[in-house]
Design a protein around this ligand. Structure first.
Ligand code: NIG
Ligand code: FE
Length: 432
């Protein structure tokens, strides 16, 4: 029994725990049951969950311990903080003109050929100093936190040379240290072929011989990722980069089957990748190999939305085949410029056919496993980090159904209030 309870959250109408159905990422039918406690409390000590359950259970568990701070949840909903497992949040500026161009009929790859797309963001990052890049990204993460994101992954990949990739990775490291969020870094030198290389194979050689050893030496990245796509890196080149990355101890991730299905998913599964991401065009063979593996399929509904496209990853087929899926924003300046996890959850429900419980588990618990954080965050259970969000709603299904609003009123990260809507207690009625 602890002497002190640092924080007691009491009187929730619903706590969506995302726990109670097995230890790892959830698959199949289990995904739709998000483990709801009605009328519940959470007690926190030293940044971790000490007790969770009905108000009466938690009261009993904390016994005579002194409670240092209490928040009355007043019938609202508590959920784990969102885990966003795929972002490109360190960039110089947005490319909103490309959004209009796509609506007018240009494709993502057409825009890339005309000097837009990733290459344009590479120019921006190369020209911007590190301090400014950090400051912009710090503010973006602040807005994500306000919407309930408490952990995210960020990829490099707008530097595409040693100096600028490491510059981005240093910014990502600082974001982890100087914001309230947990940040996981991925090295993505294989995001695009930079303008100074006319032969992609020569750039792949450079990645393997020079960049991977240099990045590994800094210790700044946990994962390596490759954009396996027509006109970017083919399956053979992707394999070479992943093999070199694996040798240097990086975990593996692959952007695969976004626009064309080249076989990147099958390759990633064969190589034991932690995740494959996008999957809009995944084939039946890709679904089969993913379903028979521990690799997690990270689906990015906000990208289809940002590309003004009606093509979404076949989430239902993936779930029915038994694959573990996660949701992410893909937050980046071009194809997916919204950093809103609730919006991604909402699009996943209305456009991919996920039920709200499935989408929420995919955006918390399973997302945490997609970045190797599943034992620490992504669900509300005893011993895990106290990353808890209070939403001003009565039923968790209002998150996707009442889209376009930020319902988060208190965001707790490791037991501390990291973001709070100033007057939320004054609103005595929920359901406004
Ligand atoms: O995940 N697909 C490749 N990379 C990003 C796009 C980044 C950009 O357009 O700047 C993505 O969608
Ligand atoms: Fe991406």
């Amino acid at each position: 029994m602890p002497e002190f309870i640092d924080l007691l959250l009491v009187g929730a109408g619903q706590i969506v725990t995302c726990s109670g159905f097995g230890d790892g990422p959830w698959r199949g039918g289990g995904l739709s049951e998000p483990g709801v406690i009605r009328g519940g409390s959470i007690a926190v000590t030293e940044g971790r969950i000490f007790a969770i359950g009905t108000d009466a259970d938690v009261k009993k568990k904390i016994g005579g311990a002194r409670v240092l701070k209490t928040i009355e949840v007043d019938g609202r909903v508590m959920m784990p903080g969102w885990v966003d497992p795929h972002t490109h949040a360190v960039f110089a500026g947005y490319r909103a003109d490309e959004y209009e161009a796509r609506i007018r009929g240009d494709s993502y790859l057409d825009i890339e050929k005309m000097g837009g797309g990733i290459k344009r963001s590479v120019k921006g990052v190369r020209e911007m100093d590190e301090e400014r890049l950090f400051e912009l990204a710090r503010r973006r993460l602040g807005r994500m936190l306000d919407q309930g994101v408490t952990t995210l992954e960020i990829k490099s990949g707008y530097g595409l040379d040693i100096e600028n990739e490491i510059k981005q990775l240093r910014v990502i490291e600082r974001l982890g240290k100087e914001t309230d969020l947990d940040v996981v870094a991925t090295f993505m030198g294989a995001h695009q072929v930079p303008p100074e290389y006319s032969d992609p194979d020569c750039y792949v050689d450079f990645i393997i011989k020079e960049m991977i050893p240099a990045v590994a030496e800094t210790g700044l990245a946990k994962y390596i990722d490759v954009f396996c796509e027509k006109g970017v890196f083919d399956v053979g080149q992707t394999r070479r980069v992943l093999e070199a990355g694996k040798e240097y101890g990086f975990g593996l991730k692959v952007h695969s089957d976004e626009i064309y299905a080249l076989g990147g998913t099958e390759l990633a599964v064969e190589m034991g990748a932690v995740s494959v991401e996008h999957l809009t065009r995944i084939t039946p063979s890709g679904i089969k190999s993913l379903a028979g593996s521990d690799t997690i399929g990270v689906l990015l509904p906000g990208t289809s939305f940002g590309l003004a496209s009606n093509d979404f990853a076949p989430a239902r087929d993936l779930i029915e085949a038994g694959a573990a899926i996660a949701l992410s924003t893909d937050f980046n300046p071009g194809s997916a410029p919204s950093s809103s996890m609730p919006l991604s959850v909402s699009i996943a429900c209305s456009q991919m056919g996920l039920v709200p419980g499935e989408a929420i588990v995919a955006a918390t618990r399973n997302a945490a496993f997609a970045i190797g954080m599943g034992s620490e965050v992504g669900s509300l259970e005893v011993g895990k980090k106290a990353d808890i969000v209070i939403y001003d709603i009565e039923d968790y299904r209002e998150i996707p159904s009442r889209a376009g609003l930020n319902h988060a009123v208190v965001v707790v990260k490791e037991g501390n209030v990291a973001s709070e809507v100033h007057d939320f207690r004054a609103r005595s009625e929920v359901g406004l």
